[in-house]
Design a protein around this ligand. Structure first.
Ligand SMILES: Cc1cc2nc3c(=O)[nH]c(=O)nc-3n(C[C@H](O)[C@H](O)[C@H](O)COP(=O)(O)OP(=O)(O)OC[C@H]3O[C@@H](n4cnc5c(N)ncnc54)[C@H](O)[C@@H]3O)c2cc1C
Length: 815
C-alpha cells in the first residue's frame, strides 16, 4: 500500500539515510510539526546500510568532537527510547602509532580530547597487547585508548532515528523521489516528487538535501553548489574466527586500516591513499541496497599489512568482500547549513565515510540552526558556505576525491597541503612567483605562495611535527618584514563592492564600526550576529559617496556575500563580487615607504597618506589604489591593482626593491607576523560563536553610532562583564612549536585550547592565541595565573598577555 503524500509541509527532507533520519528526528524533537521525509526507494538503501559502524568521538576540533560525542551519547540512549536494537556498544577504541611522527599526532590529539572532556589515556605497547592480544605490537611506538568509543549497527541507528522522528510526529514516505525543488524570488516554495509514476507537489518553505552521493546533482538542478563525489570504499569480513571474543575497535592509521570485531568475525576496512572515484556517469536509477564489484587487487596491499598486524588472519576465510560507494568532499569535511544561493535550501550531506558517527550531532545542530535561524555554535568547518562555485566541476571533484578518502587516516601534519586538483585559481603573477622559488599552498582553490625556497633548495614540503624544512626560510622572511621590507601576493583576498544610494545605511546596519566616513577612509570592522558573535572580519574602504569596497579572507568570500545579501531589506544596494578584477600586492615593513617612493611620484608621508586611508597612485607606468593598512603590524600598503597591470606592478616593485633589500614573503610569514601582533584570524580566533568584546575587538565597535546588528549584545556584555578573554601566549622554551588546538593550562587545570599558533621569529619562541575564562576577573587577575601549554602530553611554561606582545602601542604601524 502506498502512503499518501501530504500537500503541505513545514520542511521536506530529501533522503532517508542516517543523515535525513537524524535531521527529521531532531526537528520533530524540537516540536516541528509537518516534517516530511521522502526517500526514493527504502530507508538506508543508499550508503547507510553497509557502513562499518565505527563510533569514534575524537575529531580534529572542539566542535566536531562535541558533535561526535553527542552522536555517541544519543546512540547509547536510542534503543531504550525507540525499542529498536541499535547494536551500539561502548567497547572502546585503540589507535596505535607505528612512527614517531604518528605518536606525536595521537598524543597531541589526546591532549586535545582532554580539553574537551573526552575520556582518553595514552597506553604503552604492552598495555595495547593486554587490551588486544591478537595484535602484533613489535613495531608499535605508542597508542591511545578511548574507553567510551564504540561501534553500532548503522542501518538500525538510522531506523531508530526514523522511529523516534515518527513518534514525535514526523512523516516518512518511502518510494517517493523528489524530482525538482520549486523556487520563487530566491526562496523555496515546494518540491515536486514522483510515486509509482505519478507526480505530486508539496508546498514548503524549507527543504533539506540529505541525498548523500545524489546530493550534488540534486542541488545543481536548483542552482545550489554542493561539491561532492562518490568513491568506492572497501572492507572485508572474515569467517568466524575461533576464540575471537569482544575487542575494542582498532585503528592503525599508518597502515590505512581499521578493525572491528563483530559476532566473532573480524571486519577490516581501508582508507587507502589513492581511492577510486565512482559514478562519473551518474548513478543508476534503480540503485537500492547495491554494492559495487570486488577489486581484490586494490585491496590486496591493505590485506597484506593486516595479516602482518594480526597474524591470526592468515588462516581466516573471507566471508564478504564489500565495496560500496560513499560521497567525499574536496576538503574531507561534510556540508551543513543553508545554501547561500537559495533561501530555505538546507544541506546535510557529503560525510566522507564518517556519516554514522557524525549524523547524530549534525542532525541536532542543523535542526537547531533551522529552528533559531543561526547555528547553535561555530560550525564554520562544515558550513556549506565554504564551498566555492567552481568546485562543482566534476573533473575537479573526480581528481580531488581520489585523495580525500585517504586523508582520514593520513598523517595530519601541520601545514599539510592537498596534492591533487591544484592550480585552478591563480594570481596573475603566479608564474613570476614560481620562478622565484614560491612553494604554493591552496585555499578555496587559490594557489598561494606559502614560502620561498632559496636557489637550489628543494621546493617541496617535508612535513613534520617539529621544525619543517621551510622554518629558516620563514625566519628570513619574517625578519625582513620586521626590519626591512617584504612583498606578499594577497590576490586571493575576497573583494566585494557594495554600491548604491543606500550603501552607507546598509553597511552601517551590518557593520559594528562607523561607516559614515569620508571617501578614502579604510575602516577595520566586524559584521556581528544578534549575539555579538563575529560573522565576518573585514576592512571597508569608502570609494565614493555611494560605493564601498570590502576586503575579506579568500576562504570566507561566499559566506560574506551570503551574509550581506541575506540582510538586504528594501535598501537600494548592489553587491558584486569583484575578486577576480584586482590583484593585491602588499608592501610591508619599516622600509616600505622608501620603496614606494622609488616606484611612484606620489607622496607616502604620514601627512599625505595617513594610516587607514586609501587613494589612487601612479606606480611604474600603471595605476594602483594604495590602502595604508597592515596585517603584519608594520608600516605598509596594500596595493590593489587591476589584474591586467599586476605583472607590471610586480616587476616594477621587484626592480626598485633590489636597492632596499625587498624580500618576497609567503603566507606562513604573514601568519607568524600577525600572531606576534595578536591580530585575529576568522575561523580560528574569531567565529560566530565568539563575542566581539571577548575577542578583544571592542576598539572596532561603535555602539554610539546608532543601531546595528549585534549592538544590544555588545551593550549587554559591557554591562554584565566578559566571561572569557582572548589571550596571547609565548612559550618560554624556544624549542617546542605551536600550531593550534594545544591545551591551555591555567594554574594546573586545562581551561581551553590554542586557536592559532606559529613561531614568533622576532619574539623568539612559539606564539599562540586562545581563550581563557575570566568571569568577574580583572586583567591583572587573568595575568596573575601561571600558564602552561600542553603539547602532546608535555606542559611547557608560557607567558600570557592581553596586549600584543609585539609593538603594543602600534607605533610601528603608524610610523
Ligand atoms: C564501506 C563503508 C564503511 C563505512 N563505515 C563507516 C563507519 O564505520 N562509521 C561512520 O560513521 N560512517 C561510515 N561510513 C559512512 C556512512 O555510511 C555514510 O557517511 C552515511 O551512511 C551517509 O549517510 P547519508 O544519509 O548522507 O547518505 P545515504 O545513506 O546514501 O542516504 C541518502 C538517501 O537519499 C536518497 N535519495 C537520493 N536522491 C533522492 C531523491 N531525489 N528523492 C528522494 N530520496 C533521494 C537515497 O536513496 C538514499 O537513501 C561508511 C561508508 C562505507 C561506504
Amino acid at each position: 500500500m502506498t502512503k499518501p503524500i501530504p500537500a503541505k509541509a513545514r520542511v521536506v527532507i530529501i533522503g532517508g539515510g542516517v543523515s535525513g533520519c537524524s535531521v527529521a528526528y531532531h526537528l520533530a524533537k524540537l516540536g516541528w510539526t509537518d516534517v516530511v521525509l521522502l526517500e526514493r526507494k527504502q530507508l538506508t538503501c543508499g550508503t547507510t546500510w553497509h557502513a562499518a559502524g565505527l563510533i569514534g568521538q575524537l575529531r580534529a576540533s572542539q566542535n566536531m568532537t562535541r558533535l561526535a560525542k553527542y552522536s555517541a551519547d544519543l546512540y547509547v540512549k536510542l534503543e531504550a527510547e525507540t525499542g529498536i536494537a541499535t547494536g551500539m556498544r561502548q567497547n572502546g577504541s585503540i589507535t596505535v602509532a607505528l612512527t614517531e611522527e604518528r605518536k606525536e599526532e595521537i598524543y597531541r590529539q589526546a591532549s586535545l580530547a582532554r580539553a574537551f572532556n573526552v575520556d582518553v589515556r595514552e597506553v604503552t605497547p604492552d598495555e595495547v597487547k593486554e587490551l588486544y592480544p591478537h595484535l602484533n605490537v613489535s613495531d608499535v611506538k605508542a597508542a591511545v585508548h578511548l574507553p567510551l568509543d564504540g561501534q553500532c549497527d548503522p542501518a538500525n541507528i538510522a531506523m531508530a532515528l526514523a522511529k523516534g522522528a515518527r513518534q514525535n510526529g514526523a512523516t516518512m514516505v518511502e518510494g517517493v523521489k523528489v524530482t525538482s525543488v520549486l523556487k520563487k524570488d530566491g526562496r523555496i516554495t515546494g518540491v515536486t516528487c514522483e510515486q509509482n509514476g505519478e507526480s505530486f507537489t508539496i508546498e514548503t518553505e524549507n527543504v533539506v538535501n540529505c541525498a548523500g552521493m545524489w546530493g550534488r546533482e540534486l542541488a545543481r538542478q536548483s542552482g545550489v553548489t554542493v561539491p561532492l563525489h562518490a568513491c568506492e570504499h572497501f572492507y572485508i569480513v572474515t569467517e568466524a574466527i575461533p576464540g575471537l571474543s569482544r575487542l575494542p575497535v582498532l585503528r592503525v592509521p599508518d597502515e590505512c586500516t581499521y578493525y572491528k570485531e563483530d559476532a566473532g568475525k573480524m571486519l577490516i576496512g581501508a582508507f587507502e591513499l589513492k581511492a577510486k572515484p565512482w559514478g562519473m556517469e551518474g548513478i543508476r536509477e534503480d540503485f537500492c541496497f547495491d554494492q559495487l564489484p570486488e577489486d581484490f587487487d586494490h585491496f590486496a596491499p591493505i590485506l597484506e599489512m593486516a595479516v602482518n598486524r594480526m597474524p591470526m588472519l592468515e588462516t581466516a576465510g573471507i566471508h564478504t568482500f564489500f565495496n560500496g560507494p560513499e560521497s567525499f568532499t574536496p576538503d574531507d569535511r561534510y556540508y551543513l547549513g543553508e545554501a547561500p544561493e537559495l533561501k530555505g535550501y538546507w544541506v546535510a550531506a557529503g560525510y566522507n565515510s564518517i556519516g554514522i558517527v557524525s549524523s547524530g550531532g549534525a542532525g541536532m545542530a542543523l535542526a537547531q540552526w533551522m529552528n533559531d535561524g543561526e547555528p547553535p555554535f561555530d560550525l564554520w568547518e562544515v558550513d556549506i558556505r565554504r564551498a566555492q562555485p567552481f568546485q562543482k566541476n566534476r573533473s575537479y571533484l573526480k581528481e580531488r576525491v581520489s585523495e580525500t578518502l585517504g586523508l582520514l587516516y593520513a598523517d595530519h601534519f601541520p601545514y599539510r597541503q592537498i596534492a591533487t586538483a591544484r592550480g585552478v585559481r591563480r594570481s596573475p603573477i603566479h608564474e613570476q612567483l614560481k620562478a622565484r622559488g614560491a612553494v604554493f599552498g591552496e585555499v578555496a582553490g587559490w594557489e598561494r605562495a606559502n614560502w620561498f625556497a632559496r636557489d637550489g633548495q628543494e621546493r617541496e614540503y617535508r612535513y613534520s611535527w617539529k621544525r619543517q624544512n621551510w622554518f629558516e626560510n620563514q625566519r628570513e622572511e619574517h625578519l625582513a618584514v620586521r626590519s626591512g621590507v617584504g612583498l606578499f601576493d594577497m590576490t586571493s583576498f575576497g573583494k566585494i563592492r557594495v554600491e548604491g544610494r543606500d550603501a552607507q545605511a546598509f553597511l552601517q546596519r551590518l557593520c559594528a564600526n562607523e561607516m559614515n566616513v569620508d571617501p578614502g577612509r579604510v575602516v577595520y570592522t566586524q559584521m556581528l550576529n544578534a549575539r555579538g558573535g563575529i560573522e565576518s572580519d573585514l576592512t571597508v574602504t569608502r570609494l565614493s559617496q555611494t560605493a564601498f569596497f570590502l576586503v575579506v579572507p579568500g576562504a570566507t568570500l561566499q559566506r560574506d556575500l551570503a551574509w550581506l545579501r541575506k540582510h538586504v531589506r528594501d535598501e537600494f544596494v548592489v553587491i558584486t563580487d569583484v575578486t577576480a578584477a584586482e590583484s593585491v600586492l602588499c608592501v610591508m615593513g619599516p622600509r616600505a615607504r622608501e620603496l614606494m617612493q622609488k616606484v611612484s611620484p606620489n607622496d607616502f608621508s604620514n601627512e599625505a597618506h595617513p594610516f587607514a586611508t586609501a587613494r589612487e597612485i601612479e606606480i611604474g607606468m600603471g595605476l594602483a589604489r594604495a590602502h595604508r593598512v597592515t596585517y603584519v603590524g608594520e608600516l605598509g600598503w596594500e596595493l590593489y591593482v587591476s589584474t591586467d597591470q599586476a605583472a607590471h606592478v610586480f616587476e616594477t616593485l621587484e626592480l626598485a626593491g633590489a636597492d632596499v633589500g625587498l624580500k618576497l614573503c609567503g603566507l606562513h610569514t604573514l601568519d607568524s607576523c600577525r600572531i606576534e601582533k595578536a591580530f585575529r584570524h576568522f575561523g580560528h580566533d574569531i567565529t560566530d560563536e565568539d563575542h566581539v568584546l571577548e575577542a578583544g575587538l571592542g576598539f572596532a565597535v561603535k555602539p554610539g553610532k546608532g543601531e546595528f546588528i549585534g549592538r544590544e549584545a555588545v551593550l549587554a556584555k559591557r554591562d554584565n562583564g566578559l566571561s572569557r578573554r582572548l589571550v596571547q601566549f609565548r612559550l618560554s622554551d624556544p624549542e617546542p612549536l605551536l600550531f593550534h588546538n594545544e591545551a591551555i593550562v591555567r594554574d594546573g587545570e586545562i581551561v581551553g585550547t590554542i586557536t592559532s599558533g606559529n613561531y614568533g621569529h622576532h619574539l623568539g619562541g612559539a606564539i599562540g592565541l586562545g581563550y581563557v575564562a575570566c568571569k568577574g576577573e580583572s586583567d591583572a587577575d587573568v595575568l596573575a595565573s601561571a600558564y602552561e601549554i600542553e603539547i602532546a602530553g608535555t606542559r611547557v611554561k608560557a607567558e600570557a598577555s592581553l596586549k600584543p606582545m609585539y609593538d603594543p602601542k602600534a607605533e610601528r604601524v603608524r610610523a
